[in-house]
Design a binder for this molecule. Structure first.
Ligand code: PLP
Length: 388
């Protein structure tokens, strides 16, 4: 018996070492502050849960759902794009429901990447872009995201032979793990680059509603984007629904259709009661989202303000619920993570978990109550003091 080469060749799971350190600390009775995992700690709004309850009791929703999503759900997603971004979408041809955006991000390479094709992925970046490119036999070209460029990839630095072979370009703003935003000009450059080299743009917009200043744009707002692109969206972060597994992809009809075709051969859609809860989320009161933003903003001020005061170099998050902390001189991302865990009982994620270009940073999340963030700062101050 043996497993497939693609599984055997998967790089070792970096977080395994951190899990070991966490287990050791817990065994010694440590009170760990978990700022490693990007999973909202607050509950799904009550009206969304109520919509699920109602729909779950209705036997009409107990059978296989449509592969591509209920019309009501796709219409609600299209209406959201219209309201929020001024992007007009045909719900029937330009939107497909997903079992969480991760599902669509994973399956998209199956629809558009042939063996040997190159895919451009951000480094650091959400690991699924790379893993599934490799699963379908594609090759990956990493685009480093550097602090001095606002964590935007330098498209001009992509070698011409790479651009010529590339089939897909992944972008993700608001960005995980850097919490950076894209500019309108950058998106314009992306469209021009995609047109020049006949490249598909896959934009991951999972964090669009978690922001601290100007609302983030959708890539699809950019003139010409609908000709070259698809965007992945999710209810997970906007409505604290990570456990529900519901999202959608929208954009160019051929790309959306190709992804839908993969799905007809893969899964049988998302439970209709969950889709109807998603409609309730998108069409119900949006003060819950404003409140959530206010909560993250207060947490950001406590954590980032506090860490800066005690001497850490912080990358101020513009959106999403992450912040990068620069490693004190001489420490790698993994070393710094280990020290935070051992000396402050604070769980961070080394940014190298998202790619080699993340070296020099750890990522902390804002997914913990303010009182815990205050405590995290107090404990991390001691680590900072050791480097003064
Ligand atoms: C950048 C990014 N994209 C997509 C996802 C997937 O979200 P979901 O599958 O819950 O929609 C995540 C989850 O953490 C993420 O960080």
């Amino acid at each position: 018996m043996r497993v497939a080469a693609r599984i055997a060749e998967l790089p070792p799971y970096l977080f395994a070492r951190i899990d070991e350190l966490k287990a050791e600390a817990r065994a010694k009775g440590a009170d760990l502050i978990e700022l490693g995992i990007g999973d909202p700690d607050l509950p799904t709004p009550a009206h969304v849960v109520a919509a699920l309850e109602k729909a779950a009791r209705d036997p009409r929703h107990h059978q296989y759902p449509s592969y591509v999503g209920m019309e009501a759900f796709r219409r609600a997603a299209a209406a959201f794009y219209g309201r929020r971004f001024g992007v007009s979408l045909d719900a029937a041809r330009e939107v497909v429901a997903l079992i969480g955006s991760k599902e669509g991000i994973a399956h998209f390479p199956m629809a558009v990447v042939d063996p040997g094709d190159l895919v451009l992925v951000p480094d650091p970046g959400y690991p699924v872009y790379e893993t599934w490119t490799r699963f379908v036999g594609g090759e990956v070209h990493k685009m480093p995201l550097r602090r001095d460029r606002g964590f935007l990839p330098d498209l001009a630095a992509i070698p011409t032979d790479v651009a010529r072979r590339a089939r897909v370009l992944w972008i993700n703003y608001p960005n995980n793990p850097t919490a950076a935003l894209a500019t309108e000009a950058f998106y314009g450059d992306v469209v021009a680059f995609a047109r020049a080299h006949d490249i598909i743009v896959a934009s991951d917009l999972a964090y669009s509603e978690i922001y601290f200043g100007e609302p983030p744009r959708s890539f699809l707002e950019t003139p010409g984007a609908m000709d070259v692109g698809i965007e992945f969206h999710s209810l997970s972060k906007t409505y604290n629904m990570t456990g529900w597994r519901v999202g959608w992809a929208a954009g160019n009809a051929m790309l959306v259709g190709a992804l839908g075709k993969v799905k007809t051969h893969t899964d049988s859609g998302c439970f209709e009661a969950i889709q109807l809860a998603g409609v309730a989320a998108l069409e119900g009161p949006q003060d819950v989202v404003a409140d959530l933003r206010a909560t993250y903003r207060a947490r950001r001020d406590v954590l980032c303000g506090g860490l800066r005061e005690v001497g850490f170099d912080i990358v101020e998050p513009k959106a999403a619920f992450y912040t990068l902390v620069a490693c004190p001189a001489g420490l790698s991302s993994l070393d710094f993570t280990a020290r935070l865990l051992a000396e402050a009982h604070v769980v961070a994620t080394p940014a190298t978990g998202f790619g080699a270009a993340g070296e020099g940073f750890v990522r902390l999340t804002l997914c913990a109550p303010e009182v815990r963030l205050v405590e995290a700062v107090r404990r991390m101050a001691k680590v900072a003091a050791a480097f003064r």
